[in-house]
Design a protein around this ligand. Structure first.
Ligand code: AMP
Length: 282
C-alpha cells in the first residue's frame, strides 16, 4: 500500500494501472475510517483489480462558520492501518493547498438535487461535494466509484453530475452500515456523549416506523411524517432539522406514497448533526 500526497504521483500510478489493464475501484472518504467505509472497500475488492481511496477533509463542503471542519476527526495513522488490512492499494491523502492552489475558482453545482433536504440548512455543501468528487475523478480516473446510501442525496447528485458531464465512471451505491441498535455508522458519532448516543437511536426508530406504516398500507405522507416527528420529539436531546418524504429520484416532496420514495431526516443532538434515511419502493 502506498500513501500519496501529490496529484502527479496518484495520476501516474493510475495511468500505470490502466496500461496494465487493471480496473480501478475508488472510494472517496474524509477519513476516520469505519465499518461504512470498509464495506465499500470490500466491494471494490470483489469488483476491481486495484483499490484506491482518498482521505481528504474537503473544506469547501463545510460552511466557513458554524460547521465542524476544524474539529472533524482525523487519524491518518489508524486509517492507514485499517486500509492496509482491508487490502487498499493506494491512499490519496493530499494537503489542502495541493487540491485548491492559489487562484482556484471553479466549482460544479448540480442545481435542483442540491436544493432540498440537507441543501437547505447547508447551502453550498453539495457544490463543495460535487466539485471535489469531480476533481478526484479527473485525478484518479476510476472505472467504478463507490458511495454509501447513508448519504443518499450526495449519491444522487454524484450520479447526476456523472451523467450530465459525460464522465466515464460507473457509480455504485451500497447499503448503509448500522450498529446493532440501528444507528448508522458515522465519523460524527464520535462527538456524541454516552447519553446523546442513546438518544441517537431515535433516527432509525422513526425510519423503521415510517417503513412499517407504509408496508401496512398508509399512503398519506403527512400522517407518516407526523408520527415520525412524535417519535423523535420524545427524545428531548434531539432537535429536528428536517424530516422529509420525497421522490427517490427527483427529491421532490411527495404527498402520496407511490413508486420510489426516500424517507430522510437530519437532527441535531447537542452540537452534532446526524442524518439518516431509508429508501422504499411501493
Ligand atoms: P465520509 O467519509 O463520511 O465522507 O464518507 C465516505 C463514503 O462512505 C460516502 O460515500 C458515505 O456515504 C459512505 N459512508 C459513510 N457512512 C456509511 C455507512 N454507515 N454505511 C455505508 N456507507 C457509508
Amino acid at each position: 500500500m502506498e500513501v500519496i500526497r501529490r496529484i502527479s504521483r496518484i495520476s501516474a500510478c493510475s495511468r500505470a494501472l490502466k496500461e496494465r489493464g487493471c480496473a480501478i475501484g475508488f472510494v472517496p472518504t474524509m477519513g476516520c475510517l469505519h465499518e461504512g467505509h470498509l464495506s465499500l472497500i470490500r466491494q471494490v475488492k470483489k469488483d476491481c483489480d486495484a483499490v484506491v481511496i482518498s482521505i481528504f477533509v474537503n473544506p469547501t463542503q463545510f460552511a466557513p462558520e458554524g460547521e465542524d471542519y476544524k474539529r472533524y476527526p482525523r487519524d491518518i495513522d489508524k486509517d492507514c492501518l485499517l486500509a492496509f488490512n482491508a487490502g487498499v492499494d493506494f491512499i490519496f491523502a493530499p494537503l489542502t493547498g495541493e487540491v485548491y492552489p492559489d487562484g482556484y475558482q471553479t466549482s460544479i453545482n448540480v442545481e435542483k438535487l442540491s436544493f432540498p433536504l440537507c441543501g437547505i440548512s447547508r447551502p453550498g455543501h453539495f457544490r463543495g461535494v460535487a466539485t471535489i468528487v469531480a476533481k478526484l475523478f479527473n485525478i484518479i480516473s476510476p472505472d467504478i466509484a463507490y458511495f454509501g446510501a447513508k448519504d443518499a442525496q450526495q449519491a444522487l447528485i454524484v450520479k447526476r453530475m456523472v451523467a450530465d458531464l459525460n464522465m466515464e465512471v460507473e457509480i455504485k451505491v451500497l447499503p448503509t452500515v448500522r450498529t446493532a441498535d440501528g444507528l448508522a455508522v458515522s465519523s460524527r458519532n464520535s462527538y456524541l456523549t454516552k447519553e446523546e448516543r442513546k438518544s441517537a437511536v431515535v433516527l432509525y426508530k422513526s425510519l423503521l416506523k415510517a417503513r412499517h406504516l407504509i408496508n401496512s398500507g398508509e399512503r398519506n405522507s403527512k400522517q407518516i411524517l407526523k408520527i415520525m416527528e412524535e417519535i423523535v420529539r420524545k427524545e428531548p436531546r434531539v432537535k429536528i432539522d428536517y424530516i422529509s418524504l420525497v421522490d427517490g429520484e427527483t427529491l421532490r416532496e411527495r404527498k402520496e406514497i407511490s413508486g420510489k420514495i426516500l424517507i430522510a431526516l437530519a437532527v441535531w443532538i447537542g452540537n452534532t448533526r446526524l442524518i439518516d434515511n431509508i429508501s422504499i419502493e411501493v
